[in-house]
Ligand binder design. Structure first.
Ligand SMILES: C[S@@+](CC[C@H](N)C(=O)[O-])C[C@H]1O[C@@H](n2cnc3c(N)ncnc32)[C@H](O)[C@@H]1O
Length: 286
């Protein structure tokens, strides 16, 4: 029996297999898995020069493809995710950072100089995606990530070390419904809090529903509870003129503007790449 397979052969078989399980981008995911375990580039697959001879490597790829067919997120299988300017360790301890959330970082970066040396707080830090990206963009800033999930904080701590920003990132295990008196006021408060309704979550893909931590996604009262809490307490955490930058869900911009308009000025809504209203920026009044 022939025990040698070319990477291209494996790609074809894997793509067919993943398609049967309704994986959204079967070919692309199979490419990622093959490149990851063979430590090769995508082009190497298509040049069709790469033969897999070791059973152990083949088994690893098979196992990964099988996991993906069960709709486990690709990022958990690879154990990592690229986000903005960094690579993060990624596993079931925290929500997989989403590509669209990168826009929050972009919005903040556009508003500040690279030598910005103020304080940034990230409410609901998860893997640390936002706060670590910002810490890398603003090496002189003091960056604080807060999360109520101990698991997330542990993963974020690992990511802080992996990205060598222990000097300007601090992580705090805290629930934003509890008082915290020890925090100094910040110049920027960023958050991508839970904002899905139970219905939206129920209709989500298995990658989300069966794998992302539920607490990271769902908020009661039509997905608004956590956004309401954050917009209510934001003035306590921000300096005058300080910036709030939020990600929110479908149809939530009006209530957010209503909640913020008395205390914040220059409130602006920004769209995601599909043109949907998904981000809010504002500045605390005197
Ligand atoms: C949508 S995830 C965002 C994670 C990360 N910032 C990102 O963008 O990938 C929301 C995060 O908020 C945290 N969280 C939810 N409720 C919280 C609360 N009451 N206090 C603190 N953190 C909370 C969750 O544990 C989760 O990590």
């Amino acid at each position: 029996m022939n025990n040698q397979y070319s990477a291209l052969e494996i790609l074809k078989k894997s793509t067919e297999f993943l398609s049967k399980y309704n994986v959204k981008s079967p070919k692309c995911d199979a490419e990622w898995i093959i490149c990851h375990f063979l430590k090769i580039e995508k082009l190497d697959i298509y040049l069709d020069r790469y033969l897999i001879t070791e059973k152990e490597t083949l088994d690893k790829i098979r196992d990964a493809i099988l996991r993906r067919s069960k709709r486990e997120p690709l990022q958990y299988i690879l154990g990592k995710v690229d986000f903005c300017n960094i690579t993060l360790k990624c596993d079931s301890r925290a929500l997989v950072p989403r590509f669209e959330t990168e826009l929050l970082v972009e919005i903040i970066v556009k508003e500040h100089q690279v030598n910005f040396d103020g304080r940034i707080i990230d409410f609901g830090t998860g893997t640390g995606a936002l706060i670590i990206s910002l810490a890398k963009q603003f090496p002189l800033a003091t960056c604080i990530g807060i999360d109520k999930s101990k698991d997330s904080i542990e993963l974020a701590e690992e990511n802080v070390s992996l990205n060598n920003c222990n000097d300007n990132v601090e992580l705090i295990h805290h629930d934003w419904y509890q008082n915290i008196n020890s925090l100094k006021k910040a110049d920027i408060l960023v958050s991508n809090p839970p904002y899905l309704t139970l219905d939206e979550w129920s209709n989500a893909e298995p990658e989300v529903k069966d794998h992302d931590p539920k607490d990271a996604l769902i908020a009661s009262d039509g997905g608004k509870t956590d956004l309401k809490q954050i917009t209510t307490i934001a003035p306590v955490f921000l300096k005058k003129g300080g910036m709030i930058a939020l990600e929110f869900g479908s149809g939530q911009s009006d209530f957010l503007i209503e909640n913020l308009k008395d205390r914040f000025y220059n409130i602006t809504i920004k769209n995601d790449l599909t043109g949907k209203r998904r981000f809010l920026v504002g500045f605390l009044k005197d």
